[in-house]
Design a protein around this ligand. Structure first.
Ligand code: GLC
Length: 546
């Protein structure tokens, strides 16, 4: 581990999203205002006061656009409207207005790689080979024997090519066949997509999370992807049979990203561009752009993917810090609508410190709705499965329904999420896991998360200070966050048994512990005995008194 500061300061003055916290809402599951069992915009509006209370800075909404819902909104049939199930454009304007009134920003999901096969662009495109929109999608002739043009696979299983009888060609879809990929080599497509961004920014949207940004452009020579030597048929989705070097992370993607950034920024320096990119850290960094003029936040999914092991995690943190380009701002993600819940990925005794890690590392945290309550993966019976990934490749554990279940607001019927007795996914059965009860319990995970957010606001060392790894041995992780004279020490015990850690100063003050039993604030001399899974924040005593 390094023992020197490797991090850089934030821009001065810092932009809101550098010191802020982003909170992802999966709209279908947040709050249902009209009793149809599916969440909606008015439901979200009714929970803005909760988000304000929690202390986050921005809400990112997974797609709310008209969609046949083959992939639950990631199959967009109209980029400039709202699905009637979620509400209307007026409701959306009201949401932006109400959020802004409370000082909360609104970030939309932007899905530019593919549309729905029901989008008018695709309906036109497939209508004939000489339709002006034909080239808006990726159409190719079959091989002489009639087979697909390349070996490219769909992420959700099977060939990525679908044959269209009527026009005698195949179209490519990186996901479902109901999600044809757009042709980003066609300038008309890019312009149409820029117009989508303009449409929403003119309605006051503060930024975008760009879906599968690293997929957006494919090889112009249509080369076959090579086999992946690491493929494990037992666990891996069949997509992993090949190494997708010709279908993802193509060099041309970076110019597209620069143009997206400059468009977003033309509406103000505080508009935000986030990219969903699942790539190894060194390749992820290129998405910041050559002069930090690409994506503001290429999402860093390491905490959502790595085993919960102190060495693995702290090595990843140090490596990420050391690879960050100049002027690039870090970010951390613990979970999202595509990954198992953090509460289920770690041992119960580690759940509280996982939140502490997310909220004390250097960089913008993105929280996933319900993780602040410790929501777990909810078991989904075969009859209840909704996710197309699970339906296409059953039994491999690909299903994403378990992490998309309704937010529990109270312990009443429908968990305060809905008054329908038929929510679109089952509601978790852990009755203590709900907002109302946890708000009243000072020792709850929810109140711990809220306190951490408050501390992050209070101490600039935590929000925008530099990061320095401290000497430590597994299973303890240790680092400092530093801003001017303020040093905040973070210690986390990843193990189930207590661990001693020699303090860097003779006497230190513990200002927060994940263990409600520890008396806070408390002076500690020489060394600290960390309890099972305990995480603490410490300062040098005089610092706190100043
Ligand atoms: C992204 C989304 C995921 C979706 C896929 C296809 O990875 O996060 O939910 O299925 O893109 O749009």
């Amino acid at each position: 581990m390094t023992d020197k500061p490797v991090s850089q300061p934030a821009e001065h003055p810092e932009l809101w999203w550098q010191k802020g916290i982003i909170y992802q809402v999966y709209p279908r599951s947040y709050a249902d205002s009209n009793s149809d069992g599916v969440g909606d915009l008015n439901g979200i509006i009714s929970k803005l006061d909760y988000l304000k209370w929690l202390g986050v800075d921005a809400v990112w909404l997974s797609p709310i656009y008209p969609s046949p819902m083959a992939d639950f909104g990631y199959d967009v049939a109209d980029y400039c409207n709202v699905h009637p199930m979620f509400g209307t454009l007026d409701d959306f304007d009201e949401l932006v207005n109400q959020a802004h009134k409370r000082g909360l920003r609104v970030i939309l999901d932007f899905v530019p790689n593919h549309s729905s096969d029901q989008h008018p662009w695709f309906l036109e495109s497939r209508s004939s080979r000489d339709n002006p929109k034909r080239d808006w999608y990726l159409w190719r002739d079959p091989q002489p024997d009639g087979s697909p043009p390349t070996n490219w696979r769909s992420t959700f299983g099977g060939s990525g090519w679908e044959f269209d009888e009527a026009t005698g060609q195949y179209y490519y879809h990186a996901f479902l066949k109901a999600q044809p990929d757009l042709n980003w080599r066609n300038p008309e497509v890019e312009e149409a997509m820029h117009n989508v961004l303009r449409f929403w920014m003119e309605r006051g949207v503060d930024g975008f999370r760009v879906d599968v940004l690293w997929h957006i452009i494919k090889d112009d020579e249509w080369r076959d992807n090579p086999p992946n030597p690491h493929y494990n048929p037992e666990y891996d989705p069949t997509y992993n049979q090949l190494d997708p070097i010709y279908t993802t992370d193509r060099p041309e993607v970076h110019d597209i990203v620069l143009r997206l950034r400059s468009l977003v920024e033309s509406y103000g320096k505080d508009r935000l561009l986030i990219g969903e990119i699942y790539l190894p850290t060194e390749r992820l960094m290129a998405y910041y752009g050559p002069d930090a003029n690409g994506a503001h936040m290429p999402y860093n999914f390491q905490l959502a993917l790595l085993n919960w092991d102190s060495d693995a995690i702290m090595q990843a943190v140090d490596r990420y810090e050391s690879l960050l380009p100049e002027n690039a701002w870090p970010n951390w993600v613990l979970g999202n609508h595509d990954q198992p819940r953090i509460g289920s990925r770690v041992e119960p005794y580690q759940r509280r410190a996982a939140q502490l890690l997310l909220l004390t590392l250097r960089g913008t945290p993105t929280m996933y709705y319900g993780d602040e309550l410790g929501m777990l993966n909810v078991p989904i019976a075969p009859k209840q499965v909704r996710d197309p990934f699970e339906l296409q490749e059953p039994g491999k554990g690909n299903g994403r329904d378990p992490e998309r279940t309704p937010m529990p607001w109270n312990h009443g019927p429908g968990a305060g999420f809905t008054t329908s007795d038929d929510p679109w996914l089952p509601i978790g059965e852990n009755i203590n896991c709900n907002v109302e009860d946890q708000q009243h319990d000072t020792d709850s995970l929810l109140n711990l998360v809220r306190t951490l957010i408050q501390l992050r606001r209070k101490h600039r060392a935590l929000s925008v200070g530099s990061y320095q790894a401290l000497p430590s041995k597994a299973p303890v992780a240790a680092y400092t966050r530093i801003m001017d004279d303020e040093h905040i020490y973070v210690l986390i015990n990843f193990a189930a048994d207590p661990q001693e850690y020699p303090l860097p100063h003779e006497t230190m003050l513990c200002i927060l512990s994940t263990d409600p039993e520890r008396h806070i604030p408390a002076a500690i001399n020489n060394q600290i005995l960390l309890g099972p899974g305990e995480g603490v924040l410490l300062v040098v005593e005089e610092q706190e008194q100043n």
